[in-house]
Design a protein. Structure first.
Length: 611
């Protein structure tokens, strides 16, 4: 390997990133997710008769741009067969646009696919719920008023804080509509009656019935009031008007408020619409609605990467970005405090405007930059101390770290007969979050297994390794991601690279390396819960694998040199490597092709060639 060439490449990539920084110190890359947000937003705008035809046209173009050559829609490019729910979402939205009708050549294939694959009744729960909100599908007959969930005390066998924060935010607006079977229709509402499916309506949405049947706990709790749900919604609206900084929850909120008597002209509805409009980003001359803009996340990761690569702390871009991160540290007590009442606020969220919904990954990412700066500036030291204390306090009792809340992993809920119960209804410890947190604590705070939290975290990771030597990554694709986080985390906190579990992970990684020197994993791994190879290498996954091997090996190997060569030749890929919900929601982080290759090349260079 020509280390001078590598050195120049790192320098060039640093300059490229610095040139993309915005005047406010942020980096703003598009958080590109599947078509669901675009479809639901278009349907919402038509339903409330929002007058901006140019906007509708650009959203229509976006949905069409994601149509596969066979006329269907997928949530990742190599998904087979096509995705029924995504196809239903896109098909319905295009009908709402009124630029197409059901017999249009663009939609005939989609209509046939929907009908031959079971119709609307075979869609996922979230799709059926949204269709019901629009009067396109029947609400279920639930056994009790499901609003009871938001009225049960914390001492009851189950309450709202036993489900994950993201499920809670999606459910709350729906609960205002489901019992009275409310719906919003307009002159744009299409007729989908021929797509319902063969079964009677009485048997639809069984997942939803399964979910709420467990709530029939005690008759005394049946005197619930919708005000509890409404109070939850109104107190979780962010300053930008959105519900917890998610576009889907905000769309659901608008539907629930409108169906509950709020006027479209009301401040809360207008603020929500403004918040949604501000979430649009341009992708290939179309408009795409991001579910949760990743500005804070991207800025944290980029600053950390630049500092790792040797960019001085005094660089204007670093100083501006660090000031932005400082401003994003949270001071509010969010829902996380219910299961962690003794901790003071101090975490970071994913998006600008997120003031009450911090998460573990964003916090450890921001703290990496705070750690660099804390030795020189007292304000960063104070920020670092607050963030570190919060992060340590959020460790689960089992030793791992979850995404948003502590000890939100009830067996009863995770094992409900509901699709994605373990992925969406609970917030358990995961190898990727645990590994990345351990890597931060070991590398930047000098903690090792003499510290009780580190020992518990390392033991949890070692216990949760897959049989083949990999680890499952919940928030990235997928086993390469989890293995990278776990191995680098374990080694950073003192586990010997020669440990048999680390070596087993190394052999697994080498066995799935491509001939071209890179790595590529399909999103199908996430859905099937086993490694599925992608027929191409991607920059992110290759970088994660290289970074893992760099942590393990004292000297570079031929496989690693091939990976470095691949990364230096390939800059971008059009494949999602972020995960939201298995088989349903994936993210193409446009920042990742910049961040992870630069970080991997930097660590490789510093370990083997830096003087």
């Amino acid at each position: 390997m020509d280390f001078k060439k590598l050195e120049k490449e790192i320098y060039r990539r640093c300059n490229d990133l610095l040139s993309l920084q915005k005047p406010d110190g942020t980096w703003r890359f598009c958080f590109e997710n599947s078509v669901i947000t675009d479809a639901y937003m278009l349907i919402l705008l038509r339903t409330i008769e929002y007058r901006n035809e140019k906007l509708i046209r650009r959203m229509t173009d976006r949905i069409l741009s994601k149509q596969s050559p066979d006329g269907l829609w997928r949530v990742y490019p190599d998904e087979e067969p096509a995705n029924l729910s995504a196809t239903i979402q896109a098909y319905t939205a295009l009908l709402y646009s009124q630029h197409f009708n059901a017999d249009d050549a663009k939609l005939i294939g989609a209509k046939h696919f929907i009908k031959t694959n079971g119709g609307l009744k075979k869609a996922d729960l979230l799709t059926k719920v949204f269709l019901a909100m629009n009067g396109l599908y029947e609400w279920p007959d639930v056994p009790i008023d499901p609003a009871i969930l938001f009225s049960l005390p914390l001492t009851s066998p189950i309450n709202q804080y036993d489900i994950s924060s993201y499920a809670r935010a999606h459910f709350a607006p729906v609960l205002l509509m489901v019992e009275e079977k409310r719906k919003l229709t307009s002159k744009y509402t299409p007729d989908l009656s021929d797509l319902t499916g063969d079964e009677g309506e009485g048997s639809n949405m069984q997942d939803w019935v399964n979910l709420f049947s467990l709530l029939n706990i005690r008759d005394s709790y049946l005197q619930t009031k919708k005000e509890n749900i409404l109070s939850y919604i109104l107190t979780h609206i962010e300053p930008d008007g959105t519900l917890l900084s998610y576009s889907l929850t905000t769309i659901f909120m608008i539907y629930s408020l409108l169906s509950s008597g709020y006027e479209r002209s009301s401040t809360v509805i207008q603020n929500a619409l403004t918040g949604l409009i501000n979430m649009f980003c341009e992708v290939e001359e179309t408009l795409h609605l991001q579910n949760s803009p990743s500005t804070t996340w991207d800025t944290s990761l980029i600053l950390y990467t630049l500092l790792e690569a040797g960019v001085p702390l005094t660089t204007p871009g670093v100083k501006k970005g660090s000031q932005f991160l400082l401003s994003q540290q949270q001071t509010k007590y969010g829902d996380w405090s219910v299961h962690n009442p003794g901790a003071l606020p101090g975490g970071w969220g994913f998006s600008i405007g997120n003031t009450q919904h911090p998460d573990i990954d964003d916090t450890q990412a921001a703290l990496r930059t705070m750690a660099h700066l804390s030795h020189f500036y007292s304000q960063y030291q104070m920020s670092y101390d607050r963030g570190l204390t919060w992060l340590l306090s959020m460790q689960n009792d089992d030793g791992g770290w979850a995404a948003f809340e502590k000890n939100t992993n009830r067996y009863l809920i995770g094992n409900l007969p509901v699709k994605h119960a373990k992925d969406a209804l609970i917030d358990p410890s995961t190898p990727d979050l645990t590994g990345r947190t351990l890597e931060f604590l070991g590398k930047f705070h000098g903690l090792n297994q003499d510290h009780a939290s580190i020992k518990k975290g390392a033991n949890w990771l070692l216990t949760n390794q897959e049989q083949d030597g990999s680890w499952y990554g919940r928030w990235g694709v997928c086993f390469i991601y989890g293995t990278w986080a776990a191995v680098t985390g374990l080694i950073a906190c003192g586990i010997n690279p020669q440990n048999k579990k680390i070596q087993k992970a190394k052999h697994w990684l080498l066995n799935v390396q491509h001939e071209d020197g890179g790595w590529g994993e399909s999103c199908a791994s996430d859905k099937q819960r086993k490694y599925v190879e992608l027929n191409e290498s991607t920059p992110s996954q290759t970088a994660w694998a290289l970074n893992t091997l760099t942590a393990i090996h004292k000297e570079p190997t031929l496989e690693m040199e091939k990976a470095v060569t691949w990364l230096m030749k390939h800059r971008k890929a059009n494949y999602p490597t972020g995960a939201g919900l298995p088989g349903a929601f994936y993210i193409h982080y446009h920042s990742y092709d910049y961040i992870w290759p630069l970080l991997a090349l930097t660590h490789y260079y510093k370990k083997y060639y830096s003087v």
